[in-house]
Design a protein around this ligand. Structure first.
Ligand SMILES: C[S@@+](CC[C@H](N)C(=O)[O-])C[C@H]1O[C@@H](n2cnc3c(N)ncnc32)[C@H](O)[C@@H]1O
Length: 441
């Protein structure tokens, strides 16, 4: 009797196994829908089958259904909690959804079972970096390259973090390891920044020029090369800026935390000092609101707070805060120019006008939109007057001279009534100095 049951069970198991193999093959051929049908078929008769649940999760993700995918893999893990592949795949999905804490937890669980999975260690490092935990991220990436010295991506990630810490020599070495191992170009702008910081400007110039031969439309590389050669760049295209921040949105808050980013607090401090105590009666516009770091600091003062930004993904993050009354995808100069006169009490812009060179249009539009006595507070990166009015740096951001800003504001009829110089953030381990610039209409 027992033998018969065992035989029957084995046969059934074989049938399920064959179906799962077929489903995996279809998924590998890119036929996700057909694969999903097979896994769902298995689950109809065997609802707890862990492999079918795991692979169904994978194809659901490929079909653009991340919530169903995550639920399916989690269910698989309730039946087979020690499957490191399912844990790693769950981590990847959570990472892509920007749930970095949960992703890190999943990778750690996978690594408990399979501690020498270099890819998983690298994934853990990325999640930790996006949480602003750079020490722990470095440990994870180092562990990854110890386990697999050929993992180009982990070398690249180590280059990134060492650059942020100001260890430019180490950053360059890690980058060279990554390139030697066949690491792709990924972000030539970042690589050039490492080279320039390590005082290999000629190498950076050569690398950018070579890159542009193969990718002539890459605006980031083009403007960086121009900046490196001391050529003037008048403006960045809206598409380029939007694309940059769309890619950066998920990790923005964590990465900026690791760079001692202070622009939102510094802007908010000037506003709150003027408007205290909060009366919840102000019409406020946040120009380039990004993920919304300024919004919550100003919320007690608002009757209505509107955020505008070029990047859809940054706006999607801001929407999660439930703090802005409206969020709009728009270019800031064009948006403000269309506002009716005297409709704003406060306009604010943290770390955003650095993506624009000429300030004449912006100041004029803001002056028109503010009520008499209305307040405009923004940050700018500092440029010495001798270097001209404004200039795009190799960082990809514009720096403005204080004399120019004062002239442009006065020309628009604004009264400058506060300027302070502050470290806004770090770049390559060094402070980036700028102005908190406030004026009234
Ligand atoms: C460095 S982030 C700062 C975000 C936010 N203000 C903060 O302090 O966290 C700059 C933001 O400005 C947006 N931005 C840049 N140029 C813009 C423009 N011309 N119009 C609208 N948004 C712009 C970018 O998409 C990005 O979200």
């Amino acid at each position: 009797m027992e033998e018969n049951t065992a035989e029957h069970f084995t046969a059934q198991e074989k049938r399920i196994g064959a179906k799962i193999v077929k489903g995996v093959k279809l998924a590998q051929e890119g036929k996700a829908r057909a694969a999903a049908d097979i896994f769902q078929g298995v689950l109809k008769t065997n609802p707890d089958e862990p492999d079918a649940l795991h692979y169904l999760g994978m194809v659901m993700f490929a079909l653009g259904k991340p919530n169903k995918a995550i639920a399916s893999i989690r269910q698989s893990l309730t039946h087979e909690p020690n499957n490191p592949h399912a844990l790693n795949n769950l981590g990847n999905m959570l990472k892509l959804k920007g749930k970095f804490e949960e992703a890190a937890e999943s990778y750690r669980a996978a690594l408990k079972i399979d501690p020498v999975n270099a890819q998983c260690l690298n994934n853990l490092g990325i999640s930790l970096r996006n949480l602003g935990e750079s020490d722990a991220a470095i440990d994870a990436f180092k562990e990854a390259v110890t386990v697999d010295p050929n993992l180009a991506e982990a070398h690249y990630n180590l280059a990134n973090l060492h650059f942020e810490r100001g260890d430019h020599g180490a950053a360059l070495n890690f980058y060279r390891n990554s390139a030697r191992l066949g690491g792709t170009w990924r972000d030539p702008v970042f690589v050039a920044k490492i080279m320039i910081a390590a005082e290999y400007e000629a190498d950076a110039e050569e690398m950018l020029a070579d890159f542009l031969k193969h990718h002539p439309d890459h605006e980031g590389a083009r403007v960086q090369l121009a900046a490196l050669r001391g050529e003037a760049v008048e403006a960045l295209s809206a598409d380029y800026v939007a694309d940059h921040f769309d890619k950066f949105a998920e990790s923005f808050d964590g990465v900026l935390k690791g760079l001692d980013y202070r622009a939102p607090e510094l802007v908010a401090a000037v506003i709150t000092e003027r408007l205290d105590p909060p009366a919840a009666d102000k019409e406020i516009l946040d120009l380039g609101c990004g993920t919304g770091l300024v919004g919550p600091l100003i919320a007690p003062y608002k009757k209505r707070l509107v955020g505008i930004d070029l990047s859809e993904s940054m706006l999607a993050r801001a929407a999660k805060l439930d703090c802005y009354d409206a969020l709009q995808l728009a270019e800031l100069q064009t948006f403000v120019e269309k506002l009716p006169p005297h409709c704003l009490d406060v306009a604010m812009s943290a770390d955003t006008l650095i993506y624009l060179g000429d300030m004449k249009r912006t100041f004029e539009a803001v002056a028109n939109a503010l009520v008499p006595g209305g307040l405009f507070v923004a940050t700018f990166e500092k440029q010495d007057e001798a270097e001209g009015d404004y200039r795009l740096g190799v960082s990809g951001r514009f720096r403005h001279s204080l004399a120019y800003l004062k002239r442009a504001a006065a020309g628009a009829g604004l009264t400058v009534d506060h300027v302070s110089e502050e470290a806004l953030r770090t770049e390559g381990g060094d402070p980036v100095y700028g102005y908190i610039f406030a004026c009234t209409a």
